[in-house]
Design a protein around this ligand. Sequence first.
Ligand SMILES: Cc1cc2nc3c(=O)[nH]c(=O)nc-3n(C[C@H](O)[C@H](O)[C@H](O)COP(=O)(O)OP(=O)(O)OC[C@H]3O[C@@H](n4cnc5c(N)ncnc54)[C@H](O)[C@@H]3O)c2cc1C
Length: 428
Amino acid sequence: MTERSDVLVIGGGVIGLACALALLEEGSSVRLVERDTLGSGASHGNLGMIMPSHALPLTRPGMMRDLLRWMWRSDSPVLVRPSLDPLFFAWGLRFARSCRREAMLGIMRGRQALLESSRDLYVELVGSEELDCEWEPCGLLEVFERAESMEATEPSHDLLEGIGVHAEVLDHDGLMNLEPALRDDVYGGRLHLRDARLRPEKLVAELGRVVRAKGAAVVEGTVVSGFDTRAGRVCAVMTDAGRFEAEHFVVAAGAWSAKLCRPLGLRLPVQPGKGYSITTSRPGPCPRRGVVFHEANMAVTPWESGYRMGGTMEFGGFDERLSRPRLEALRAGARRYLRAPFGEQTSEEWCGFRPMTPDELPILSRVPRYPNTVVATGHGMMGVSMAPATAKLVAEMVAGREPFLDVTPYSLARFGAKHYRARHGQAH
Ligand SMILES: Cc1cc2nc3c(=O)[nH]c(=O)nc-3n(C[C@H](O)[C@H](O)[C@H](O)COP(=O)(O)OP(=O)(O)OC[C@H]3O[C@@H](n4cnc5c(N)ncnc54)[C@H](O)[C@@H]3O)c2cc1C
């Protein structure tokens, strides 16, 4: 059986779905192929924070020192399992290089462009499509237990202010007035007014509803296993439900994109960064908005319909087991900052794999050997926050139009030619 569409999107997470919607709006016919169910990857149990405040990447001076310190603690926010995989080693070297100040400044500007434009596009998207996803532009609070940790972040704060990312600085009393759910022994904080939140599993369900209503063929429970390539073009993808042809292809398979793209001659530097979350009923008192707990390296998001704690970053492949110490570290972290750290009923304990690039910028780029194929992945900790602008850029690339943002920072070329010189695997 062969079926045909203008564009075929691989992956039904927030990135694939947002791309499908933007492509439909361009007038293309779209088929989206998802291996499991829509939103079953990282887009399910994340915190749903929309964070223009987080333009500064993890890759920053001092990060390698922090990582080495954290590596030896079982409850640390970052865990790196030693690996002999040369791709992981190369990824780590690139990460270390991205921590230099000059590199960090360039990365920050690239992230800011996507984050800021996505924040504005969300307002349009949620309004025009009437997305029922508990969108609330209520800001984000960053809280510090200790004076010295808040002081240590002042240079980053100044840097962000310098590029127009404003935060209101709060002393202890200001913080307690704003957020009475906090424990009285917190030191101070910053309020990021432009940030917002939504419920991510509702967002993906709603995007699924809208793309179907606009005519997309959504094929769930179907794995893309290879590509049929001819004369410098991808002609079709091979799946367990048959072969699907298209004029253009978009690879939005999240943390699994690297493996999927090998037969296209690509070595995508994308590693799975495992994170955890716990969803409960609303605690009483419940925070009024999302809160980042700085020293504990975790955050919580309240919604009308529930409450979620999340965080941690593990590098060690696709190990789907839920680690009890990691989940307990989230509960313990929330106890340090909140009077009622979580609700009485737990509805879900979850882990997911963030698609991590070594420079914390996504890859939005045509495949050099097969220019009718666009890669849209590597959004790391910011996939929900960056989805609308990503989708707009992908739709423009597919249409061959001038992109509304400079896409150079997201290009594959930044990793050097060796990343698209991998030998052909099982290209069909
Ligand atoms: C604990 C945690 C908290 C987070 N909090 C936030 C937050 O507050 N704000 C924010 O912006 N981001 C957050 N993130 C990051 C965010 O979740 C990710 O960046 C985002 O979900 C990535 O979306 P995606 O569509 O690229 O990947 P995914 O959601 O993983 O989707 C990829 C999809 O591709 C499918 N797929 C893979 N291979 C194939 C194949 N061969 N054939 C067909 N389908 C395939 C998968 O099944 C999957 O559904 C958080 C992440 C974690 C883990």
